[in-house]
Design a protein around this ligand. Structure first.
Ligand SMILES: NC(=O)c1ccc[n+]([C@@H]2O[C@H](COP(=O)([O-])OP(=O)(O)OC[C@H]3O[C@@H](n4cnc5c(N)ncnc54)[C@H](O)[C@@H]3O)[C@@H](O)[C@H]2O)c1
Length: 262
């Protein structure tokens, strides 16, 4: 795959190579488990104070996750009408973010003939509309510091499509359009916007997939096994790194050379 590099959007600040996120504040949505928890762990390991977001129903797991990474828990449903204003209040109290990772996502799989309007709308709302609105709001209200990084989580489904996932694939394709569309505007504020596109990763989301389809998902990659959340988290940490200011509007697959969409 190709990752295009440009002139960095930000200046050449001194980089702490051991703890690149030291003194920085990161926001990770869907952080109570799975890939989001791994992202929070990696960013915290590398020095960030991580604000962990997840739905209020997951509050207990969210608090545990936040405590385990020495960060803070912010229970909120990213699709709720008051989320933007809650986040802006949070920023005015605690300061702007340096890294924002839009990881929260849902699936509501059905073939298109059986897809309900609710299943379509909820997937688009969580996976695409919320990252879009929150990114716009944070960029417009100085919620991201110069040198800031937005990283979205797409999927190889968003590149290739996938049977039974027309809603999910649409949302994740939209995420790719979102990072490409936002990148020039974000660059003007010295912020980058990129996405990762994971293949099959072993989490509670993929544990719900019927066994045979799950096994097929694993075998599509070169190692014939599912990826691990940390594979995605380390790639996100690279995109979020202070030295990655020359990577903007890019989509990086984390799929172990999966055939889907390659
Ligand atoms: N697991 C995979 O194979 C895979 C592959 C490609 C992309 N992804 C994407 O990676 C991301 C994480 O997936 P995962 O496998 O860790 O899933 P997961 O279901 O284990 O975790 C998702 C988290 O997002 C939270 N969440 C859902 N709706 C929310 C909302 N409205 N507000 C706040 N939080 C919300 C959930 O409560 C959950 O904690 C998702 O965007 C998913 O689409 C996963």
């Amino acid at each position: 795959q190709v990752v295009r590099l440009e002139k960095p959007v930000d200046g050449h600040a001194a980089i702490n190579w051991d703890k690149p996120f030291a003194g920085k504040r990161a926001l990770v949505t869907g952080a109570s488990r799975g890939i989001g928890l791994a992202i929070a762990q990696v960013l915290a390991r590398d020095g960030a104070h991580v604000v962990c977001v997840d739905v209020p129903q997951a509050q207990e797991a969210l608090q545990q996750a936040a405590t385990s990474v020495g960060g803070s828990a912010l229970p909120l449903d990213i699709t709720a009408a008051d989320t933007v204003s809650l986040l802006q209040t949070h920023v005015s109290q605690y300061g702007a973010f340096d890294v924002v990772v839009h990881n929260a996502g849902i699936t509501r799989d059905k073939t298109i003939a059986k897809m309900t309007e609710g299943a379509w709308r909820s997937v688009l709302a969580v996976n695409l509309e919320a990252p879009w609105q929150l990114s716009e709001a944070l960029l417009d209200s100085q919620g991201l510091n110069p040198g800031g990084r937005i990283v979205c989580v797409s999927s190889i489904s968003g590149i290739a499509g996938n049977l039974g996932q027309s809603n999910y694939a649409t949302s994740k394709a939209g995420v790719i359009g979102l990072v490409q569309g936002l990148a020039p505007r974000a660059a003007a504020r010295q912020v980058t916007v990129n996405a990762v596109a994971p293949g099959f990763i072993e989490t509670q989301m993929t544990a719900k997939i019927p066994l045979m389809i799950r096994e097929a998902g694993r075998r599509m990659n070169s190692l014939s096994q599912g990826g691990q959340p940390i594979d995605v988290a380390e790639t996100i940490a690279w995109l979020a790194h202070p030295a990655s200011g020359g990577v903007n509007g890019q989509v990086v697959r984390v799929c172990g050379q999966s055939l889907l969409g390659a």
